[in-house]
Design a protein around this ligand. Structure first.
Ligand SMILES: CC(C)(COP(=O)(O)OP(=O)(O)OC[C@H]1O[C@@H](n2cnc3c(N)ncnc32)[C@H](O)[C@@H]1OP(=O)(O)O)[C@@H](O)C(=O)NCCC(=O)NCCS
Length: 288
């Protein structure tokens, strides 16, 4: 019979055993699992068979006092199709509610059919679509585009934004086209929470605030990757804002560039014109 419990360090070998080849490219779970188990801000739950050996896992983490995030859902390929991921979602959301979450969210790539079918059987509902744009920045890219033509700098220049105007930045994100489409959410890496003034004021996680022609962009640099967590652009200026941020990434010597964008054709067109490939994901939410 199947039961669920909090993961222990002694589960790591079994978890690595069924997660190493999850996707074509591999999986990050074997690398991350130890730090997830040790992290007091979150919990890793496992489903275990009679021998107490894990055959599935999932992680929940609190992103703010009232917002939680689920990720890392993995079921041993031998045990898929039995609704185990659904049972994990229930124990994980029990944990998030007990820890004060008023809303729990997660993200699923649109191409992940099994995951979308699993979540359709839970209480989670899709609340937003977000596009991940990404591209490499070749060494010494400053002058040349991928098609060999000289890359022109954007007519706009990104300048450090004023953190003292945090409340105004939040209010304008909530009222903007992109902000409304994304339900006021902002990314931090691969998680999303509702933008608040501390995201603008607090620099401790490396967030940089930019003013680009009056629009706000939030970015962070992680291991040579220049990542845009919030892009407050409109149809008329999206190309130039994105181009200005690629300029900054190149100037900072980044080797990789990524950006989260709202679900508009003109955002996707701006991605393409700035050399970014992209893929869509859904953000799903469950209120407590
Ligand atoms: C996504 C995942 C967690 C779902 O777990 P699960 O316990 O198998 O979920 P379910 O039993 O509800 O099955 C969901 C869907 O998987 C598919 N499925 C069924 N049997 C399957 C099998 N043996 N192998 C693969 N997929 C199967 C079906 O489409 C099923 O939908 P259906 O019930 O409407 O037919 C699991 O497939 C998995 O670990 N995938 C790889 C990791 C991953 O993609 N994680 C999610 C990242 S967001």
């Amino acid at each position: 019979m199947l039961s669920t419990r909090v993961a222990r360090r002694s589960d790591i070998d079994a978890i690595v055993g069924f997660t190493t080849g999850t996707f074509e490219w591999g999986d990050y779970v074997p690398v991350a699992i130890g730090s997830w188990i040790d992290d007091p801000n979150g919990v890793v739950m496992v489903a275990v068979a009679d021998d107490d050996k894990p055959i599935a896992l999932g992680r929940a983490v609190m992103l703010s006092p009232t917002e939680a995030w689920l990720h890392g859902a993995r079921v041993d390929p031998e045990h898929r199709g039995q609704g185990i991921a659904g049972e994990m979602a229930v124990v994980l959301t029990d944990w998030t509610k007990a820890n004060g979450a008023l809303v729990t969210r997660l993200m699923i790539e649109d191409s992940n059919e099994a995951s979308r079918r699993h979540i359709a059987k839970t209480g989670f509902r899709r609340t937003a679509t977000v596009h991940r744009g990404y591209r490499d920045l070749a060494a010494g890219e400053s002058g040349v585009t991928g098609n060999g033509r000289p890359r022109r700098r954007s007519p706009l220049v990104a300048r450090p934004g004023r953190r003292s105007e945090a409340d105004i930045v939040v209010a304008s994100w909530l009222a903007s086209e992109s902000g409304r489409s994304l339900r006021g959410l902002v990314a931090r890496g691969w998680t999303f929470h509702r933008l608040n003034a501390d995201d603008i004021r607090d620099t401790s996680d490396g967030t940089m605030v930019w003013d680009v022609g009056g629009a706000t962009v939030l970015s962070r640099e992680v291991d040579g990757s220049f990542d845009i967590d919030l892009l407050d652009a409109s149809e008329s200026d999206a190309d130039d804002i994105l181009s200005a941020m690629v300029d900054v990434a190149i100037d900072h010597g980044a080797s990789h560039f990524s950006v989260w964008g709202a679900d508009y054709d003109w955002i996707l067109a701006a991605f393409t014109r700035n050399g970014c490939e992209s893929f869509p994901s859904g953000i799903y939410a469950l209120s407590s």
